[in-house]
Design a protein around this ligand. Structure first.
Ligand SMILES: Cc1ncc(COP(=O)(O)O)c(C=O)c1O
Length: 358
Protein backbone atom coordinates (compact mmCIF):
# COMPACT_ATOMS: atom_id res chain seq x y z
CA UNK A 1 0.00 0.00 0.00
CA UNK A 2 1.42 3.45 -0.84
CA UNK A 3 2.02 6.05 1.88
CA UNK A 4 -1.44 7.38 2.70
CA UNK A 5 -0.68 11.10 2.38
CA UNK A 6 -2.79 12.49 -0.45
CA UNK A 7 -4.13 15.77 -1.77
CA UNK A 8 -7.57 15.61 -3.36
CA UNK A 9 -8.13 18.30 -5.97
CA UNK A 10 -11.78 19.09 -6.55
CA UNK A 11 -12.19 20.46 -10.07
CA UNK A 12 -15.84 21.35 -9.52
CA UNK A 13 -14.75 23.63 -6.63
CA UNK A 14 -12.40 25.46 -9.01
CA UNK A 15 -15.20 25.90 -11.54
CA UNK A 16 -17.57 27.05 -8.80
CA UNK A 17 -15.04 29.61 -7.56
CA UNK A 18 -14.69 30.93 -11.09
CA UNK A 19 -18.43 31.62 -11.16
CA UNK A 20 -17.95 33.62 -7.94
CA UNK A 21 -15.23 35.70 -9.62
CA UNK A 22 -17.67 36.37 -12.47
CA UNK A 23 -20.35 37.45 -10.01
CA UNK A 24 -17.99 39.98 -8.46
CA UNK A 25 -16.56 41.23 -11.75
CA UNK A 26 -19.24 40.60 -14.40
CA UNK A 27 -17.81 43.09 -16.88
CA UNK A 28 -14.12 42.25 -16.69
CA UNK A 29 -12.15 39.64 -18.56
CA UNK A 30 -10.65 37.05 -16.22
CA UNK A 31 -6.99 36.10 -16.18
CA UNK A 32 -6.59 33.10 -13.86
CA UNK A 33 -3.32 33.04 -11.96
CA UNK A 34 -1.71 29.61 -12.30
CA UNK A 35 1.78 30.31 -11.00
CA UNK A 36 3.57 27.93 -8.62
CA UNK A 37 1.93 24.87 -10.16
CA UNK A 38 -1.49 26.51 -9.85
CA UNK A 39 -0.90 27.36 -6.18
CA UNK A 40 0.09 23.74 -5.58
CA UNK A 41 -3.03 22.23 -7.18
CA UNK A 42 -1.38 21.00 -10.40
CA UNK A 43 -1.20 22.98 -13.63
CA UNK A 44 -3.03 21.10 -16.35
CA UNK A 45 -6.09 19.84 -14.51
CA UNK A 46 -6.51 23.26 -12.88
CA UNK A 47 -6.33 24.91 -16.29
CA UNK A 48 -8.85 22.34 -17.54
CA UNK A 49 -11.32 23.24 -14.78
CA UNK A 50 -10.82 26.94 -15.59
CA UNK A 51 -10.73 26.52 -19.36
CA UNK A 52 -13.40 29.19 -19.93
CA UNK A 53 -11.32 32.03 -18.54
CA UNK A 54 -10.11 34.74 -20.92
CA UNK A 55 -6.44 34.29 -20.08
CA UNK A 56 -3.90 32.61 -17.83
CA UNK A 57 -0.98 34.17 -15.98
CA UNK A 58 2.04 32.56 -14.38
CA UNK A 59 5.76 33.11 -14.29
CA UNK A 60 7.36 29.79 -15.20
CA UNK A 61 8.19 29.67 -18.91
CA UNK A 62 8.09 25.86 -19.10
CA UNK A 63 4.61 25.83 -17.57
CA UNK A 64 3.44 28.49 -20.05
CA UNK A 65 4.71 26.38 -22.96
CA UNK A 66 3.03 23.33 -21.45
CA UNK A 67 -0.29 25.21 -21.38
CA UNK A 68 0.11 26.33 -24.98
CA UNK A 69 1.04 22.81 -26.08
CA UNK A 70 -2.05 21.52 -24.29
CA UNK A 71 -4.09 23.56 -26.76
CA UNK A 72 -5.14 26.64 -24.77
CA UNK A 73 -5.51 29.53 -27.18
CA UNK A 74 -6.20 32.40 -24.80
CA UNK A 75 -3.50 34.89 -23.77
CA UNK A 76 -0.86 33.40 -21.46
CA UNK A 77 0.91 36.14 -19.53
CA UNK A 78 4.35 35.76 -17.97
CA UNK A 79 4.18 37.90 -14.85
CA UNK A 80 7.90 38.65 -14.63
CA UNK A 81 8.22 38.87 -18.42
CA UNK A 82 11.35 37.63 -20.16
CA UNK A 83 14.83 37.55 -18.65
CA UNK A 84 17.03 37.47 -21.77
CA UNK A 85 16.92 38.28 -25.49
CA UNK A 86 17.14 34.54 -26.19
CA UNK A 87 13.72 34.06 -24.63
CA UNK A 88 12.06 36.48 -27.03
CA UNK A 89 11.93 33.97 -29.87
CA UNK A 90 10.26 31.49 -27.52
CA UNK A 91 7.71 34.08 -26.44
CA UNK A 92 6.91 34.74 -30.07
CA UNK A 93 6.84 31.08 -31.07
CA UNK A 94 4.34 30.21 -28.31
CA UNK A 95 2.45 33.52 -28.54
CA UNK A 96 3.15 34.35 -24.90
CA UNK A 97 2.42 37.77 -23.46
CA UNK A 98 5.05 39.49 -21.34
CA UNK A 99 4.96 41.87 -18.42
CA UNK A 100 7.38 44.74 -19.00
CA UNK A 101 8.46 46.14 -15.67
CA UNK A 102 11.96 47.38 -16.39
CA UNK A 103 13.72 49.38 -19.10
CA UNK A 104 16.24 46.55 -19.47
CA UNK A 105 13.46 44.54 -21.08
CA UNK A 106 12.79 47.33 -23.56
CA UNK A 107 16.50 47.29 -24.39
CA UNK A 108 16.20 43.56 -25.11
CA UNK A 109 13.27 44.23 -27.42
CA UNK A 110 15.31 46.85 -29.26
CA UNK A 111 18.27 44.48 -29.71
CA UNK A 112 16.09 41.80 -31.17
CA UNK A 113 13.82 43.99 -33.28
CA UNK A 114 12.09 41.14 -35.07
CA UNK A 115 10.01 39.88 -32.12
CA UNK A 116 6.66 41.54 -31.57
CA UNK A 117 4.83 40.55 -28.46
CA UNK A 118 1.66 41.30 -26.53
CA UNK A 119 2.98 43.47 -23.71
CA UNK A 120 1.55 44.27 -20.29
CA UNK A 121 3.30 47.41 -19.07
CA UNK A 122 3.52 47.26 -15.30
CA UNK A 123 3.59 50.50 -13.38
CA UNK A 124 4.86 50.83 -9.83
CA UNK A 125 2.09 52.72 -8.07
CA UNK A 126 3.42 52.22 -4.56
CA UNK A 127 4.09 48.56 -3.88
CA UNK A 128 7.73 48.99 -4.89
CA UNK A 129 8.06 45.42 -6.06
CA UNK A 130 7.86 45.31 -9.87
CA UNK A 131 6.95 48.13 -12.22
CA UNK A 132 8.18 51.18 -14.04
CA UNK A 133 8.59 54.28 -11.92
CA UNK A 134 5.82 56.82 -12.52
CA UNK A 135 8.18 59.32 -14.09
CA UNK A 136 9.61 56.63 -16.40
CA UNK A 137 6.26 55.59 -17.78
CA UNK A 138 5.51 58.33 -20.38
CA UNK A 139 8.92 58.03 -21.99
CA UNK A 140 8.88 54.24 -21.97
CA UNK A 141 5.47 53.97 -23.53
CA UNK A 142 6.26 56.50 -26.26
CA UNK A 143 9.42 54.56 -27.00
CA UNK A 144 7.45 51.32 -27.27
CA UNK A 145 4.81 52.88 -29.48
CA UNK A 146 7.32 54.81 -31.58
CA UNK A 147 9.37 51.71 -32.32
CA UNK A 148 6.33 49.47 -32.77
CA UNK A 149 7.73 46.85 -30.42
CA UNK A 150 4.31 45.71 -29.24
CA UNK A 151 1.63 43.67 -30.95
CA UNK A 152 -0.71 44.97 -28.25
CA UNK A 153 -0.38 46.98 -25.05
CA UNK A 154 -2.18 46.56 -21.73
CA UNK A 155 -1.42 48.68 -18.67
CA UNK A 156 -1.22 47.07 -15.27
CA UNK A 157 -0.33 47.53 -11.62
CA UNK A 158 -0.58 45.43 -8.45
CA UNK A 159 -1.98 46.36 -5.04
CA UNK A 160 0.07 45.92 -1.89
CA UNK A 161 -2.75 46.07 0.65
CA UNK A 162 -6.07 45.17 -0.98
CA UNK A 163 -6.44 42.32 1.53
CA UNK A 164 -5.99 44.51 4.62
CA UNK A 165 -9.32 45.86 5.90
CA UNK A 166 -7.73 48.96 7.46
CA UNK A 167 -5.78 49.88 4.29
CA UNK A 168 -8.63 50.97 2.03
CA UNK A 169 -6.97 54.35 1.67
CA UNK A 170 -3.80 52.73 0.37
CA UNK A 171 -5.72 51.00 -2.44
CA UNK A 172 -7.37 54.29 -3.32
CA UNK A 173 -3.99 56.01 -3.46
CA UNK A 174 -2.54 53.34 -5.76
CA UNK A 175 -5.63 53.49 -7.96
CA UNK A 176 -5.50 57.30 -8.20
CA UNK A 177 -1.83 57.16 -8.97
CA UNK A 178 -2.47 54.62 -11.77
CA UNK A 179 -5.31 56.71 -13.20
CA UNK A 180 -3.24 59.88 -13.12
CA UNK A 181 -0.24 58.42 -14.88
CA UNK A 182 -2.22 56.50 -17.52
CA UNK A 183 -4.68 59.33 -18.26
CA UNK A 184 -4.89 59.96 -21.97
CA UNK A 185 -3.62 56.53 -22.97
CA UNK A 186 -6.38 54.47 -24.40
CA UNK A 187 -5.25 50.94 -23.57
CA UNK A 188 -6.93 48.14 -21.65
CA UNK A 189 -5.93 47.91 -17.99
CA UNK A 190 -5.46 45.19 -15.37
CA UNK A 191 -5.26 45.89 -11.64
CA UNK A 192 -7.30 43.66 -9.37
CA UNK A 193 -6.18 40.53 -7.50
CA UNK A 194 -8.68 38.45 -5.48
CA UNK A 195 -8.91 40.90 -2.59
CA UNK A 196 -9.49 43.86 -4.91
CA UNK A 197 -12.02 41.88 -6.98
CA UNK A 198 -14.10 41.31 -3.84
CA UNK A 199 -13.61 44.53 -1.87
CA UNK A 200 -12.71 47.16 -4.44
CA UNK A 201 -15.01 46.96 -7.49
CA UNK A 202 -13.74 50.36 -8.62
CA UNK A 203 -10.45 48.61 -9.54
CA UNK A 204 -11.90 45.98 -11.88
CA UNK A 205 -11.23 47.76 -15.20
CA UNK A 206 -10.73 45.46 -18.24
CA UNK A 207 -8.91 42.41 -16.82
CA UNK A 208 -9.06 41.01 -13.29
CA UNK A 209 -6.35 38.64 -12.05
CA UNK A 210 -7.78 36.24 -9.43
CA UNK A 211 -5.50 33.74 -7.75
CA UNK A 212 -6.26 32.61 -4.21
CA UNK A 213 -10.06 32.90 -4.48
CA UNK A 214 -10.10 30.45 -7.39
CA UNK A 215 -8.50 27.90 -5.08
CA UNK A 216 -11.16 28.46 -2.45
CA UNK A 217 -9.22 30.29 0.24
CA UNK A 218 -10.02 33.73 1.58
CA UNK A 219 -7.76 36.65 0.74
CA UNK A 220 -8.85 38.37 3.96
CA UNK A 221 -8.05 37.89 7.63
CA UNK A 222 -11.56 38.97 8.63
CA UNK A 223 -13.76 36.94 6.25
CA UNK A 224 -13.75 33.19 5.82
CA UNK A 225 -13.82 31.47 2.46
CA UNK A 226 -17.23 29.98 3.24
CA UNK A 227 -18.61 33.45 4.07
CA UNK A 228 -17.44 34.44 0.60
CA UNK A 229 -19.13 31.33 -0.84
CA UNK A 230 -15.79 29.94 -1.99
CA UNK A 231 -15.19 26.19 -1.97
CA UNK A 232 -11.80 24.69 -1.07
CA UNK A 233 -10.25 23.02 -4.08
CA UNK A 234 -7.67 21.05 -2.08
CA UNK A 235 -8.11 18.55 0.73
CA UNK A 236 -4.91 17.30 2.33
CA UNK A 237 -5.40 13.99 4.10
CA UNK A 238 -3.46 11.14 5.63
CA UNK A 239 -3.97 8.32 8.09
CA UNK A 240 -3.06 7.31 11.62
CA UNK A 241 -0.07 4.97 11.44
CA UNK A 242 0.64 4.51 15.17
CA UNK A 243 -1.20 4.95 18.48
CA UNK A 244 0.29 5.50 21.94
CA UNK A 245 -1.16 5.66 25.43
CA UNK A 246 0.65 8.30 27.49
CA UNK A 247 0.97 8.62 31.26
CA UNK A 248 0.85 12.03 32.91
CA UNK A 249 4.27 13.61 32.40
CA UNK A 250 5.08 11.79 29.11
CA UNK A 251 6.37 14.08 26.38
CA UNK A 252 5.74 13.93 22.62
CA UNK A 253 8.01 14.34 19.58
CA UNK A 254 11.19 16.35 19.06
CA UNK A 255 12.26 18.32 22.11
CA UNK A 256 9.24 16.92 23.93
CA UNK A 257 7.40 20.16 23.24
CA UNK A 258 4.07 18.70 24.34
CA UNK A 259 3.76 17.11 27.78
CA UNK A 260 0.68 15.18 28.90
CA UNK A 261 -0.73 16.39 32.22
CA UNK A 262 -3.03 13.38 32.46
CA UNK A 263 -3.16 9.91 30.86
CA UNK A 264 -4.12 10.29 27.24
CA UNK A 265 -4.09 8.56 23.86
CA UNK A 266 -2.34 10.07 20.84
CA UNK A 267 -2.15 9.14 17.15
CA UNK A 268 0.81 9.54 14.81
CA UNK A 269 -0.19 10.77 11.34
CA UNK A 270 1.85 10.20 8.18
CA UNK A 271 2.24 13.84 7.23
CA UNK A 272 5.05 16.23 8.04
CA UNK A 273 6.80 19.32 6.84
CA UNK A 274 8.38 17.42 3.93
CA UNK A 275 4.81 17.00 2.67
CA UNK A 276 4.10 20.69 3.05
CA UNK A 277 2.47 20.75 6.47
CA UNK A 278 3.85 23.81 8.29
CA UNK A 279 6.58 22.94 10.80
CA UNK A 280 5.67 25.97 12.86
CA UNK A 281 2.08 24.91 13.45
CA UNK A 282 1.80 24.81 17.24
CA UNK A 283 0.00 22.46 19.61
CA UNK A 284 -3.77 23.00 19.28
CA UNK A 285 -3.72 23.60 15.51
CA UNK A 286 -6.99 21.96 14.40
CA UNK A 287 -7.11 18.62 12.56
CA UNK A 288 -10.00 16.35 11.69
CA UNK A 289 -9.67 12.73 12.87
CA UNK A 290 -12.29 10.36 11.55
CA UNK A 291 -14.55 13.38 10.95
CA UNK A 292 -14.13 14.68 14.50
CA UNK A 293 -12.29 17.85 15.35
CA UNK A 294 -9.08 17.35 17.24
CA UNK A 295 -5.72 19.05 17.58
CA UNK A 296 -2.06 18.79 16.77
CA UNK A 297 0.36 18.01 19.61
CA UNK A 298 4.00 19.05 19.81
CA UNK A 299 6.52 19.68 17.06
CA UNK A 300 5.68 18.64 13.48
CA UNK A 301 8.47 16.41 12.14
CA UNK A 302 9.62 15.88 8.58
CA UNK A 303 7.26 13.00 7.85
CA UNK A 304 4.87 12.77 10.79
CA UNK A 305 2.86 14.69 13.30
CA UNK A 306 1.01 13.76 16.49
CA UNK A 307 -2.68 14.34 17.20
CA UNK A 308 -4.79 14.12 20.31
CA UNK A 309 -7.19 11.15 20.31
CA UNK A 310 -8.86 12.09 23.60
CA UNK A 311 -12.60 11.80 23.16
CA UNK A 312 -12.32 10.73 19.53
CA UNK A 313 -14.64 7.80 18.97
CA UNK A 314 -13.95 4.62 17.01
CA UNK A 315 -10.49 5.73 16.07
CA UNK A 316 -7.75 3.23 15.24
CA UNK A 317 -4.87 2.53 12.91
CA UNK A 318 -5.72 3.75 9.41
CA UNK A 319 -8.33 6.24 10.62
CA UNK A 320 -8.59 9.10 8.17
CA UNK A 321 -7.06 12.45 9.16
CA UNK A 322 -7.85 15.64 7.26
CA UNK A 323 -5.16 18.28 7.67
CA UNK A 324 -7.11 20.87 5.69
CA UNK A 325 -10.10 20.87 3.38
CA UNK A 326 -13.81 21.59 3.84
CA UNK A 327 -14.34 21.17 7.59
CA UNK A 328 -10.98 22.63 8.57
CA UNK A 329 -10.01 25.33 6.13
CA UNK A 330 -6.48 25.92 4.99
CA UNK A 331 -6.95 29.49 6.26
CA UNK A 332 -7.61 28.19 9.77
CA UNK A 333 -4.44 26.08 9.74
CA UNK A 334 -2.47 28.98 8.25
CA UNK A 335 -3.70 31.35 10.91
CA UNK A 336 -2.69 28.93 13.66
CA UNK A 337 0.77 28.54 12.08
CA UNK A 338 1.06 32.32 11.63
CA UNK A 339 1.31 32.08 7.87
CA UNK A 340 -1.06 32.35 4.90
CA UNK A 341 -3.04 29.86 2.86
CA UNK A 342 -0.93 30.95 -0.15
CA UNK A 343 2.20 29.58 1.49
CA UNK A 344 0.60 26.32 2.61
CA UNK A 345 -1.00 25.54 -0.75
CA UNK A 346 2.14 26.34 -2.75
CA UNK A 347 4.29 24.31 -0.36
CA UNK A 348 2.47 21.05 -1.02
CA UNK A 349 5.38 18.74 -1.79
CA UNK A 350 5.76 16.86 -5.08
CA UNK A 351 5.87 13.59 -3.11
CA UNK A 352 2.22 14.03 -2.10
CA UNK A 353 0.01 12.22 -4.57
CA UNK A 354 -2.61 14.51 -6.07
CA UNK A 355 -5.91 12.80 -6.77
CA UNK A 356 -8.14 14.75 -9.08
CA UNK A 357 -11.92 14.51 -8.91
CA UNK A 358 -14.50 16.10 -11.19
C1 LIG B 1 0.81 40.29 -10.38
C2 LIG B 1 -0.19 39.41 -9.68
N1 LIG B 1 -1.48 39.49 -10.01
C3 LIG B 1 -2.40 38.73 -9.40
C4 LIG B 1 -2.07 37.86 -8.39
C5 LIG B 1 -3.13 37.05 -7.71
O1 LIG B 1 -3.26 37.41 -6.38
P1 LIG B 1 -4.31 36.68 -5.41
O2 LIG B 1 -3.83 35.27 -5.30
O3 LIG B 1 -4.18 37.41 -4.13
O4 LIG B 1 -5.63 36.79 -6.08
C6 LIG B 1 -0.73 37.75 -8.00
C7 LIG B 1 -0.37 36.85 -6.91
O5 LIG B 1 0.47 37.07 -6.10
C8 LIG B 1 0.24 38.55 -8.66
O6 LIG B 1 1.54 38.49 -8.33
Amino acid sequence: MPRPTQAFIDLSALTHNLTIVRQYAPHARIMAILKANAYGHGLLHTAGALKDVDGFALLELDAAICLRNAGYRQPILLLEGFFSTEELAIFEQYQLSAVIHHNEQIAMLSVSRCHKLDLFIKINTGMNRLGLALEQFPQTISHLIGNQYAKSITLMTHFACADVPSEKENVTQQLQCFEAVTKGYNYPCSLANSAAIIRHPETHTDWVRPGIMLYGASPFPDRTASELNLQPAMTLSSKIIAIHDLKAGDRVGYHGLFQADHPMRIGIVACGYADGYPRHAPTNTPVLVDNQRSRLLGRVSMDMLAVDLTGIENVGLNSLVILWGKEISVDEVAQSAETTSYELLCALAPRVERIVSQ
